[in-house]
Design a protein around this ligand. Structure first.
Ligand SMILES: *[C@@H]1O[C@H](CO)[C@@H](O)[C@H](O)[C@H]1NC(C)=O
Ligand SMILES: *[C@@H]1O[C@H](CO)[C@@H](O)[C@H](O)[C@H]1NC(C)=O
Length: 214
């Protein structure tokens, strides 16, 4: 029995990894976004077409427009906006938060997250799989860490605008926003499933759905 266990562990060992995305096999592979991706990566743009410009991205310079229902805007710097990140297992976002604005509870299925507050005062919180809530109010220069896949949020609790830069160990972390995942799907999840889930009448479900377009 012990021998069998050892053999299983030995066979699995090469697959135990702490990286979110596979390791790159080339120096670089600027994504050719006009081709469809295979697995998580895009095919490379021909090396003869690559220039310095491919390795720099100014998309996070501009403040995002926070006139949204949550008073927040996430500007992504992932492989889809910055093709040099293809195969590098990295990406960054800029999160702008109006006063009282919130990046609502969500999770990233393919990545852990770390972030730093650039301006403002931000409440950052996440919940473990054991339903323990961890949180702290951060000021500029302070960082936070969110383990992969856990539900988390950021909320501006100051009286001025706030901005955060977040980083991910995935070129395309993916985002599951709890509210839209349940109440903004096409087609919608059956009412009876949602009312049973939250132990409320279907009128409450309809009211929430009307805010998320499902
Ligand atoms: C490479 O550059 C050539 C010439 O500028 C252009 O016609 C072609 O579309 C480019 N290919 C890709 C994949 O960017
Ligand atoms: C921000 O978005 C709102 C709502 O979509 C729009 O009305 C407004 O013009 C935008 N502001 C800027 C500066 O783009």
């Amino acid at each position: 029995m012990a021998a069998l266990f050892c053999i299983v562990v030995f066979l699995l060992a090469p697959f135990i990894s702490h990286t979110a995305d596979p390791d790159p096999l080339l120096d670089f592979c600027i994504a050719d976004l006009s081709s469809s991706p295979s697995f998580s990566s895009f095919p490379c743009k021909p090396a003869s077409n690559v220039t310095s410009e491919d390795f720099f991205f100014d998309g996070l310079m501009e403040e995002g427009n926070t006139s949204t229902i949550f008073g927040s805007k996430v500007t992504p710097g992932n492989v889809l906006t910055f093709p040099a990140l293809n195969m590098l297992g990295l990406s960054m976002n800029r999160v702008d938060l109006a006063p009282n604005g919130m990046n609502p509870p969500h999770s990233h299925p393919r990545s852990s997250e770390s972030g730093v507050v650039i301006t403002g005062k931000v409440l950052v919180g996440f919940v473990t799989t054991g339903n323990v809530y961890y949180s702290k109010v951060l000021v500029p220069g302070q960082m936070f860490a969110i383990p992969r896949g856990l539900v988390h949020f950021q909320k501006n609790v100051g009286d001025k605008k706030a901005a955060i830069i977040t980083s991910f160990n995935s070129q395309n972390p993916g985002t599951v926003i709890i509210s839209t995942t349940l109440f903004g799907t096409q087609p919608s999840i059956p009412d009876h499933v949602l009312s049973q889930t939250f132990q409320v009448d279907s009128s409450v479900v309809h009211s929430i759905e009307s805010k998320f377009g499902s």
